[in-house]
Write a protein that binds this ligand. Structure first.
Ligand SMILES: Cc1cc2nc3c(=O)[nH]c(=O)nc-3n(C[C@H](O)[C@H](O)[C@H](O)COP(=O)(O)OP(=O)(O)OC[C@H]3O[C@@H](n4cnc5c(N)ncnc54)[C@H](O)[C@@H]3O)c2cc1C
Length: 445
């Protein structure tokens, strides 16, 4: 029987997920991965935390060795760019190798940071956090950095601001919006983060438009904004993630977000071509609106679906409800689907239930406040979104609430939910239940 040749472009979470699943589905398939990077399968998610010195070194971010992939029958070509795609001929053009044929192709080319679109973007000293080898070099630069400017309080921006401040660097954040992570979070959820940044010495410049990077001798020395100039030894660019479709554009259908359109099997508009990760768009489970640029866990799961199907298996990907969470300043923020700000922007009506509760028994040392906001559909009271800020249990609540949104749980269900009460890990009254009770009470008051 002829061997199926599956080519994967991309060695990130999406590509490695696809390659592993393809190999697992068809033991005889020829699975080849191309990546521009020196490594595959490291966790980029850990990079900000090495910069912040919470993780002692970069080595622990590597998830598997190059040998382990070889032994698993996955042939990864490192530092090898794919420069062309011909879907009619079923080939890719590989730098240094020429045309390479495929039976099935998985595009997992990931994301690039949006171009800041201002003069000086080619200066030295602008750091785009992504590649681990480059991060190792930039970490040495951080040792001598006195003042850094982070451009945009995006999810990565929140982590990098926190990391640089932990490291004792004078840190400024410039963002055109009125508060941190303004497109995703509500102002009352971001407020404690900003207070803790202020305590850590972070200088926040919200409602501030970036105008230029100012250089001297080819190196950045300042950031010009509409509110004035900020001196900078280093600038960390944390603009929005954009789908990297340079290779795919012109061959497969691209959607309204700029991501590759796929069906639930991660199949693109071209037979035999699949796509996964930050280069695609997928429908949101509540709004059905296509969204892109999700997380590493989404990219990996999508890669597994793409790889399985590319190898002849059957696997479907479900619409997403997007649980999220992160450490920001001295707090952990998180949520699922929408907060009030995003729901309002999208014209989605909601009933709000909110409460400030506690993470442990009130008498147990280390007890922390937890603020919960639940959004429910008027009438049915089905949960459609949530946002939270606290210091403990935010991730677990986000995962749980995402499942609640997915399965149609209502505020009434949550108001009378069972919960764990154990003084060191949980209070008698679960804050989610209290928020739901308050939401119900607001309907009758
Ligand atoms: C600093 C940082 C922090 C993060 N933190 C988190 C976190 O806390 N939680 C979380 O869930 N996710 C996190 N992520 C993950 C992230 O946001 C993405 O969702 C994830 O990296 C997407 O994986 P991907 O495989 O789709 O794309 P990418 O990781 O962008 O990988 C793309 C791959 O494609 C290759 N490539 C692209 N074009 C070509 C070409 N033409 N030829 C050959 N190779 C090509 C690249 O070399 C790379 O291997 C973080 C990422 C970064 C960078």
């Amino acid at each position: 029987m002829a061997t199926t040749k599956i080519v994967v472009v991309g060695g990130g979470a999406g590509g490695i997920g696809a390659a592993g699943a393809a190999r697992g589905t068809d033991k005889n398939a020829d699975v080849v991965v191309y990546t521009e990077y020196e490594d595959a399968a490291y966790s980029p998610c850990g990079i900000p935390h090495v910069h912040g010195k919470e993780i002692p070194d970069f080595q622990s971010l590597f998830l598997a060795t190059k040998d382990s992939y070889r032994e698993a029958g996955i042939d990864i070509h490192y530092e090898t760019a794919v420069t062309g795609l011909d879907v009619a001929k079923k080939t890719v053009t590989v730098a240094g190798q020429g045309e390479v044929s495929w039976d099935r192709l998985v595009l997992a080319t990931g994301f690039t940071y949006a171009d800041p679109g201002v003069p000086g973007s080619d200066l030295e000293g602008l750091y785009y956090v992504k590649n681990i080898r480059q991060a190792m070099e930039w970490d040495k630069v951080l040792d001598t950095t006195k003042v850094a400017v982070v451009v945009e309080a995006s999810p990565l921006g929140l982590e990098m601001v926190t990391a640089l401040a932990h490291r004792g660097i004078e840190t400024h954040v410039v963002d055109p919006h009125p508060w941190a992570l303004a497109e995703a979070t509500d102002p009352d959820i971001a407020a404690p983060v900003e207070e803790s940044w202020a305590e850590m010495g972070v200088k926040m410049h919200f409602n501030t438009k970036l105008e230029a990077f100012v250089g001297e001798g080819g190196r950045v020395r300042a950031v010009r904004t509409d509110q004035g100039e900020l001196p900078a030894d280093l600038v960390v660019i944390c603009t929005k993630k954009r789908p990297n479709t340079t290779l795919a554009a012109g061959s497969v259908k691209i959607g309204s977000t700029g991501g590759i359109i796929v069906d639930e099997r991660m199949a693109t508009s071209v037979p035999g071509v699949y796509a996964a990760g930050d280069c695609i768009e997928v429908p949101h489970g509540v709004s059905n609106v296509p969204i892109q640029g999700l997380s590493g866990s989404h990219a990996y799961a999508q890669g597994k679906v793409a790889g399985t199907n590319a190898a002849g298996g059957q696997r479907a990907y479900q619409p997403v409800y997007v649980p999220w969470g992160m450490v920001a300043g001295k707090w952990v923020i998180g949520g699922v689907s929408f907060g009030e700000t995003l729901a309002t922007a999208l014209g989605i009506p909601y009933v709000l239930g909110q409460a400030t509760g506690i993470s442990r028994a009130r008498y147990y040392p280390g007890v922390k406040k937890v603020k919960i906001k639940l959004l429910a559909e008027p009438g049915s009271l089905r949960l459609i979104g949530a946002q939270m800020v606290g210091q403990e249990g935010i991730k677990e609540r986000a995962d749980f609430l995402a499942m609640c949104v997915k399965t149609g749980i209502t505020l009434r269900d949550l108001a009378f939910m069972e919960n764990v009460y154990s003084p060191p890990i949980g209070a008698l009254n679960e804050p989610i239940a209290v928020a739901a009770q308050n939401g119900l009470a607001s309907l009758t008051s």
